[in-house]
Ligand binder design. Structure first.
Ligand code: ATP
Ligand code: ATP
Ligand code: MG
Ligand code: MG
Ligand code: MG
Ligand code: MG
Length: 257
């Protein structure tokens, strides 16, 4: 018969694989809402873009940056958010499962707590959940490529969804809308929007076209006579182009270690 008092701590720990993330690389935690196609329908999100839903995502991301000091930047679109940790972060000794689960659970519970702030009239019908993954990016060029990739995806999806929902709202079936858009390139979609619906894609809200970036920035405190009294850091949400160099050039500390 087994004596449970003899089970050794070291022995049980042998079965835990450690999944340590590569040192001196940028760790990106990307979370994504599970089945948000359904969630957005059940909760009656505006299509193609519910601005309040995006702002709730952004507010939850702000809370994540305030909670986890090592997270230096985040980029969000639709039901996803990417969080990047500083290169030399030692959070959870860089163990992937702890980092991912801590970030994703903090984000999810914040999303639920803040729901009524953004949807005071809408009851939350069921608990949403998010999945998360960790990926290491080893060089400055590659981490820049990562964010460019996400923002390009934002543009492509937003353009498609804007056309799709305009067609559906104008009376086309979802199948008809899909087949009208099949194989079309960006210029054709822009043309469709302007010719059929009088919409200039480039004038749509920048939060829809560019997604949202969250980072620590200096906040200037201005006194009555207009003198800058002091500046302290604060988490801000903005919608810059993160494909080109301008934003990163203006914020050189974000991707510095
Ligand atoms: P999965 O579980 O595989 O992620 P999913 O249904 O969440 O499946 P996604 O590819 O992540 O699929 O797409 C998210 C979907 O959620 C979008 O296609 C859109 O229908 C909906 N959605 C997310 N955010 C918004 C928003 N702010 N406004 C309107 N719809 C949204
Ligand atoms: P870590 O972040 O490392 O997990 P921790 O503070 O959560 O730190 P644990 O070893 O997980 O530490 O211990 C959980 C602690 O939470 C307990 O020591 C206890 O103080 C408190 N706690 C958890 N559940 C209860 C409960 N049901 N009643 C009272 N205290 C509780
Ligand atoms: Mg997913
Ligand atoms: Mg999803
Ligand atoms: Mg998604
Ligand atoms: Mg613990």
């Amino acid at each position: 018969e087994q004596n449970v008092n003899n089970i050794k701590h070291e022995y049980m720990k042998l079965f835990q694989s450690e999944n340590m993330l590569l040192p001196f690389t940028w760790i990106v935690i990307r979370i994504d809402g599970s089945h948000f196609h359904r969630f957005s329908e059940v909760q009656g999100f505006e299509k193609p873009n519910d601005e309040q839903a995006l702002k709730l995502m952004n507010a939850s991301a702000v809370a994540v940056l305030e909670e986890f000091n090592d997270i230096v930047f985040a980029y969000g679109v639709s039901d996803e958010y990417s969080f990047v940790l500083k290169k030399n972060s030692q959070l959870f000794q860089r163990r992937a499962s702890e980092i991912v689960s801590a970030v994703v659970s903090f984000f999810s519970s914040t999303y639920v707590i803040k729901w009524k702030e953004f949807f005071p009239e809408k009851e939350l019908k069921y608990p949403p959940n998010f999945d998360g993954r960790a990926v290491c990016y080893p060089s400055y060029e590659i981490i820049r490529d990562y964010f460019a990739w996400r923002q390009v995806d934002c543009h492509i999806n937003n353009q498609y969804n804007t056309c799709f929902w305009m067609l559906v709202k104008s009376g086309k079936s979802t199948r008809e809308a899909q087949s009208l858009l099949k194989g079309t390139q960006a210029p054709e979609k822009n043309q469709m929007l302007s010719q059929l619906f009088g919409i200039d894609y480039n004038t749509l809200p920048v939060i829809f076209r560019n997604g949202s970036s969250v980072f620590w920035d200096k906040e200037m405190m201005v006194t009555d006579n207009g003198v800058i009294a002091k500046s302290h850091k604060k988490v801000v949400v903005d919608h810059p182009n993160i494909i080109e160099d301008d934003f990163w050039g203006a914020h050189p500390l974000i991707l510095e270690t």
